[in-house]
Design a protein around this ligand. Sequence first.
Ligand code: ARG
Length: 452
Amino acid sequence: MWKGRFAKETAELVQQFGESISYDWRLYKHDIAGSIAHARAQVAAGLLTGDEFASIENGLREIEADIDAGKFEFKTSLEDIHMNIEAELTKRIGAPGAKLHTARSRNDQVATDTRLYCRAEIDTLIPAVSKLQLALLDRAEKYAATVLPAYTHLQRGQPVTVGHHLLAYVEMLERDKSRLQDCRKRLNVSPLGSGALAGSTINLDRPAVAAELGFDGVTNNSMDAVADRDYIAELLFGISLCGVHLSRLSEDLVLWTSAEFGFVSLSDSHTTGSSLMPQKKNPDVCEITRGKTGRLLGNLVAILTAIKGLPLTYNRDLQEDKEPLFDSIDTLGLTLAVNAEMIAAMEFREENCLEAASDPLLLATDLADWLVKQGVPFRHAHELVGKAVAESVSSGTPLDQLDLSKIDAAYTPDAQTVFNLQTALAARTNPGAPSVENVRSEILKWQGLIQA
Ligand code: ARG
């Protein structure tokens, strides 16, 4: 493609080192769509005849069909997807093919392709996140009233319901979707026409090209347009944070499926056995999810690091954006799909959840609230309950069986009414709190919001 200036062939090792076709072939549909839009603008500018355009378009469609069918031979010597397609087009249709690259550089071309690619992938990731939300909602509905201890510092804190706990993840995933949408909005502008870095002396109709490709507009600065990879960094951050949420869910499940907790059983289809210990049923999907999150974070750091030292504008370092991008998208897509399937099939062991939540110490805060309602200032109430807890722990008498009136006269016999899980939960009616009624109405709300 640049033979005019060079007397020697590119060294074999340099070709091997610099090629990107082994992975950027995945951009082919977007590359072809971009080329067709670009060629159409050349017709409007009087640079191509209608016949030349038709032969370019047909040639590109045939190449696309061959790639779809796995019949296209990619050449490492042609470096990347852009040159592979263009060279093959010229081979197939002759002269018009050599006109296609007018007023275009691979710099604005690759930026266009990757934006289109990210946009399309965001449009498949968002429904995949919804699918996992729906699986969580389904379980939240089934176990809306199942009482479960909730933890801080991994110490039992207060009773909630399984439904409430699972809805916390639905919230996180909703934020993940809105981050992806936000990233989509910002990336959806067309760099085509920015050329290598300074636009072109040949003016093609950039807004028309952008509209044909479904962009909302065009980039405003040719230098920024070819140098910018913010959208990749943003997307990889959005993916990383979604991965972090899935990793936290995984960690809950690893704990909950252990004999020590015994709250959840996963389906045999989503667990693995041990080659040595016959009794084992391992939550590998959760562990692999947790592990893969490390890769997602690594990919984010890789792109940020690649960009940070680059002078304007395009530098070949930017070619290193694609493998982390592809890997994170593939990884998150598969992670979401397998988790949705596993969550939809998981069962809670309700007796174990209830037993763990039945420790009266989990209602110590409610006892303090009860004292407050009798007129005791909260700090004093906290201390009085602390004394009762200390007495319970040292005497080995459960909190709800102590004679509280011996601790302080503020405790009347009525204090006993606090020790009832159902009423304790039912009292938590403020927005965001886990009364069963609240949880059920949240589930209904989400079911109306999330499309399958
Ligand atoms: N394969 C290159 C990339 O992914 C395409 C752009 C090449 N531009 C250049 N000036 N060498 O970044």
